[in-house]
Design a protein around this ligand. Structure first.
Ligand code: IMP
Ligand code: MG
Length: 180
């Protein structure tokens, strides 16, 4: 089992499994609405997935514009949770087909906020691609259009995702199981 920062990390989805799914997802995306396609990666967690998925899109013949938005959720427990824009996109989304890319769909708050924001700004179509769907944690009525893998209810790290700023660099998705 890989050991990083003195912790055992049990792989859940390997680099090979992820790469294969990314190419399959790119083909699904290419069959959807892609006129004047604008891809928006939701930072920070999606940065590696987005980089791989965008290059897989190239292999399907798509040539999207690529943008980034940094979103952050606030509030915990009993305090009502909200989402705020830490850094916005620069492009005008009016009339565009937009594909949002994120690492995990959990409560759905982050991506619902982003989807509504883009529709308010006049996007023609907004679809969502996520690497992982943690369905049991859903709080909002929101589904992703493209899902890499259904994710069990573990806190996962790697492939862009962190716990306390660590483990984003792992080439696979895994679970921290304890001290090595
Ligand atoms: P939600 O759908 O608004 O609840 O938020 C999902 C976001 O929370 C994701 O984009 C991740 O950034 C973060 N997140 C949720 N679950 C995990 C996890 O298991 N590991 C790392 N980040 C997570
Ligand atoms: Mg995120």
């Amino acid at each position: 089992m890989p050991v990083v920062r003195g912790k055992n990390i049990e792989p859940l989805f390997t680099a090979e499994q992820i790469a294969e799914r990314n190419h399959a997802m790119a083909r699904e995306i290419a069959n959807g609405p892609t006129k004047d396609l604008l891809v928006i990666a939701v930072l920070k967690g999606s940065f590696i997935f987005a980089a791989d998925l965008i290059r897989a899109l190239h292999h399907t013949g798509l040539a999207p514009e690529v943008e980034f938005i940094t979103l952050s959720s606030y509030g915990t427990g009993t305090v009502s949770q909200g989402v705020r824009i830490v850094k916005d996109i620069d492009s005008d989304v009016h009339g565009r087909d937009v594909l949002l890319i994120d690492d995990i769909l959990e409560s759905g708050r982050t991506l619902l906020f982003a989807k509504e924001l883009l529709f308010e700004r006049g996007a023609r179509n907004v679809t969502i691609a996520v690497l992982l769907d943690k369905r049991v944690k859903r709080k909002e009525k929101l589904e992703a259009d493209y899902v890499g893998f259904e994710c069990p209810d573990y806190f996962v790290v790697g492939y862009g995702m962190d716990v306390a700023y660590a483990f984003r660099e792992l080439p696979f998705v895994g679970v921290v199981t304890g001290d090595a």
